[in-house]
Ligand binder design. Structure first.
Ligand code: NAD
Length: 351
C-alpha cells in the first residue's frame, strides 16, 4: 500500500488507520482539507477486495467532500471514513463502539455521519462513544436520513438546468429518465411527478422498481436508461455511469442526478460539453444531504435547511454561466469555484 504516492493523495492533511482486535474493526479516516472547518463526511462500510481499494476510496471520497461542502457554502472541511468488511457479516455493536472511540480520538478534526453500509441506527451506537457524529437527530421530519434533502437539492438543480437551457423551469410534460430508485431516487421521483414531469425509471432491484411504478413512473430497462429519449437524465445509482461508451448514447439535453462521481473521467465532462449536453456537476447538485447533516448537528430548523438547499440553484447558475462564457466543462468550472473558496483560505492561513 502506498499512501503519499496514492493517485488520490492530493495533499490530504490527515490519514488515520485503526485496528481493534477484539471487535475486528479495521478502519481508515481521511481528512482532506479543514481550512473552512472540521471535516464532515460519511462512514462507509464495504467489503473492499484489498486495503489499497479501501485507502483509495476513502481518499477520493474525502477530497470530494472538501469540494462539496465548500461550494455548498458550509463552514466544513472534507473528510470521510471507511470500515473494511461486509456490513452484513461483521458489523456488530462492539465494532461500532470501537469506531466511535476511533472518531473520538481525532478530537473533532473529523465528524462522522451515515453512508452506504451504515445506517442511522449504527451512528447512534457510534455516538455512545463520541459526540463527533451528525445525522442522528431524533424527531426531525425525516429522522436522521439525509436522502430526502439530497433529493430536494437535485430537484432544484434539475429546475435550474431547465431554466438555463430552455428558459423555463416548468416541469409539466418534461421527460425525465431516472437511473436508480433507491433512497434518493424515490424521493426525487415523487417530487418530479408532483410537478407534472413524465418520469421513466430503471432499477436493478424489482422492489424499488415496483415502488416507483406505484408512485406513477413508467419502468424502463436498465440497459436503455442512459440512452433513453428524455429531456433530463438523472443518474441516481452508482458512480461512473457516464463512461467513454455511454456518453455517446445519451439523448437527454441535461444530465442531472444524485449519484456521486457520475463521470468516469474528466474526458466525459468535456465530451458532454462538446455534444451540447448540460452536465450538472454531481458534487454541487447532491449537496442537500450534507447541508441537512450540517443543520442537524447545528440543531437548525428544517426551514433553515430547505432555504440553504435552495441556494444550490444559484451556485449552479453561476457554474452554467461561467461554463458557457469560457467553453470549459461545468465540472471543471465547479471545481475551480470550490478551490477559490477552500484554497483561498489556505493562502490566508499561510501568509
Ligand atoms: P441507494 O442504494 O438507496 O439507491 C441506489 C439505487 O440504485 C438502488 O435502488 C439500486 O437497486 C439501484 N441501482 C444500482 N445499480 C443500478 C444500475 N446499474 N441500474 C439501475 N439501478 C441501479 O442509494 P442512495 O442513497 O439513493 O444514493 C444514490 C446515489 O446518490 C449514490 O451514488 C450515492 O452515493 C449518492 N448520494 C446519496 C446521498 C444521500 O443522501 N443518500 C447524498 C449524496 C449522494
Amino acid at each position: 500500500m502506498t499512501v503519499f504516492n496514492s493517485p488520490y493523495f492530493d495533499g490530504h492533511e490527515l490519514i488515520s488507520f485503526k485496528h481493534d482486535e477484539r471487535s475486528g474493526l479495521r478502519a481508515i479516516v481521511a481528512v482532506h482539507n479543514s481550512n473552512l472547518g472540521p471535516a464532515l463526511g460519511g462512514c462507509r462500510m464495504s467489503p473492499y477486495a484489498n486495503d489499497d481499494d479501501a485507502l483509495n476510496d476513502v481518499l477520493r471520497l474525502s477530497r470530494g467532500m472538501s469540494y462539496k461542502s465548500a461550494l455548498a457554502g458550509l463552514p466544513l472541511g472534507g473528510g470521510k471514513a471507511v470500515i473494511i468488511g461486509d456490513p452484513n457479516k461483521i458489523k456488530s455493536r462492539d465494532l461500532l463502539l470501537a469506531m466511535g472511540s476511533f472518531v473520538d480520538d481525532l478530537a473533532g478534526r473529523y465528524i462522522t455521519a451515515e453512508d452506504s453500509g451504515t445506517a442511522v441506527s449504527d451512528l447512534k451506537i457510534i455516538a455512545e462513544r463520541t459526540s463527533y457524529v451528525s445525522g442522528v437527530m431524533e424527531g426531525g421530519r425525516f429522522g436522521g436520513d439525509p436522502s430526502p434533502y439530497t433529493a430536494q437539492g437535485v430537484f432544484y438543480g434539475i429546475k435550474a438546468a431547465l431554466k438555463f437551457k430552455c428558459g423555463s423551469d416548468c416541469l409539466s410534460g418534461v421527460r425525465v429518465a431516472v437511473q436508480g430508485a433507491g433512497a434518493v431516487g424515490r424521493h426525487l421521483i415523487a417530487l418530479l411527478i408532483g410537478e407534472g414531469a413524465q418520469v421513466f425509471v430503471a432499477d436493478v432491484n424489482p422492489q424499488n422498481s415496483d415502488l416507483a411504478r406505484q408512485a406513477g413512473a413508467t419502468i424502463i430497462g436498465c440497459d436503455e436508461v442512459l440512452g433513453f429519449k428524455a429531456d433530463v437524465l438523472a443518474p441516481c445509482a452508482m458512480g461512473a455511469a457516464i463512461n467513454s461508451i455511454s456518453v455517446e448514447s445519451i439523448q437527454a439535453g441535461i444530465v442531472a442526478g444524485a449519484a456521486n462521481n457520475q463521470l468516469a473521467s474528466d474526458a466525459q465532462g468535456e465530451r458532454l460539453l462538446q455534444r451540447g449536453i448540460l452536465y450538472v456537476p454531481d458534487f454541487v447538485i447532491n449537496a442537500g444531504g450534507i447541508i441537512d447533516v450540517y443543520y442537524q448537528r447545528a440543531e437548525g430548523s428544517s426551514a433553515n435547511t430547505s432555504a440553504h438547499i435552495a441556494t444550490i440553484a444559484d451556485t449552479l447558475l453561476e457554474v452554467f454561466t461561467r461554463s458557457s462564457a469560457s467553453n470549459m466543462s461545468t465540472e471543471k468550472i465547479a471545481e475551480g469555484l470550490a478551490e477559490e473558496k477552500f484554497l483561498f483560505k489556505k493562502r490566508i492561513k499561510a501568509a
